[in-house]
Write a protein that binds this ligand. Structure first.
Ligand SMILES: [Zn+2]
Length: 313
């Protein structure tokens, strides 16, 4: 069964630890080529995330990570960069695994539209506006003042829409989320967030937010961060993911569900989901509870529909 995963931080790990090798099965790397292959992942998103340990993120840091993405991930003969619909179809026609480059947090762009255009030229196809805290563009969901977009942030958001870069609302403050709904006219995603009704964590989406994503024909990547799946327990079984899927379905979002693992961005893991190679355990749990067509849609088909509609032609 084909799989698309909408968010991982493997690139950050490769950046912080140059000894890690994407081509090998490394204990420390949740997402590596052998593990993607083992699971049958067809498309994986790789986020440029400048971790908290980088004091002042600059555009140069971003360029270094784009360079790393090409040198360590896309250069593998089994991988192919997806920048448009044509690339997606080429990946489907071959044995290759597609890689989509994304950015998590506008911090290092400092309002520079030229830098944004350069990132588009370099293949960045989706951008999460913030990480957990405020940046020059908007507030993240953990920023105490709980504000929305700045004037410049709104301008860049409009620019994303014009350029065809997909907006990602995971980590965004609630105020900014609703401002985005007003300003951004295209479908958007929450690449790695769950349902607040099932697990009341601020990183998860309220029912109204889920409905807004469904309304715009967007996509929600159900994520494997244990404390976003089950707020009360530490050892979280795979079946706990089904509660989030069922809840989004109950709001009419069966066609808007995908997965966004957050592998390599987490330090705690769900039971039987230690790395991307274990996606088979999710398939098994899904197949016990849903029809085959639904399972295929959650794992791949919904992401595919979204991307074929929203990637550049
Ligand atoms: Zn994240």
């Amino acid at each position: 069964m084909r799989i698309m995963d909408g968010h991982c931080d493997a690139l950050t790990k490769l950046y912080m630890n140059p000894k890690l090798d994407f081509d090998k099965e490394e204990q420390e790397l949740d997402v590596s080529y052998p593990r993607l292959k083992q699971a049958g992942v067809k498309v994986q998103c790789f986020a440029i995330y400048l971790s908290d340990s980088i004091q002042q993120p600059t555009f140069d840091h971003i360029l270094q990570m784009v360079d790393l993405f090409h040198r360590k991930i896309v250069r593998h003969p089994g991988m192919k960069l997806i920048q448009n619909v044509e690339d997606w179809r080429a990946v489907e026609a071959e044995e290759q695994i597609g890689a989509i480059l994304t950015l998590e947090g506008l911090d290092a762009l400092a309002g520079n539209m030229t830098h944004l255009r350069i990132l588009h030229h370099l293949g960045v196809r989706s951008i999460g506006l913030t990480w957990n805290y405020a940046n020059w563009a908007a507030d993240g969901v953990m920023e105490p003042r709980k504000s929305g977009f700045t004037r410049k942030g709104k301008l860049m958001l409009k620019e994303l829409e014009t350029m065809g870069i997909i907006a990602d609302v995971s980590h965004l403050s609630v105020t900014a989320f609703w401002e985005l709904v007003e300003v951004y006219a295209k479908p958007f995603i929450a690449s790695h967030s769950n349902a607040q009704k099932v697990c009341p964590h601020p990183r998860n989406l309220s029912d109204d937010q889920i409905k807004a994503i469904i309304q715009c024909q967007g996509l929600i990547g159900i994520t494997f961060v244990p404390y976003f799946v089950d707020c009360a327990n530490l050892a979280v079984p795979i079946t706990a993911l089904l509660k989030h899927i069922d809840h989004v379905c109950s709001l009419g979002g069966e066609g808007n569900i995908g997965f966004g693992s957050d592998f390599d961005g987490i330090e705690q893991w769900m039971k039987d989901l230690r790395h991307v190679g274990q996606y088979g355990n999710i398939i098994e749990a899904l197949c016990k509870n849903y029809k085959e067509t639904q399972v295929e849609a959650f794992l791949y088909g919904n992401w595919r529909n979204f991307m074929l509609t929203n990637l550049p032609k």
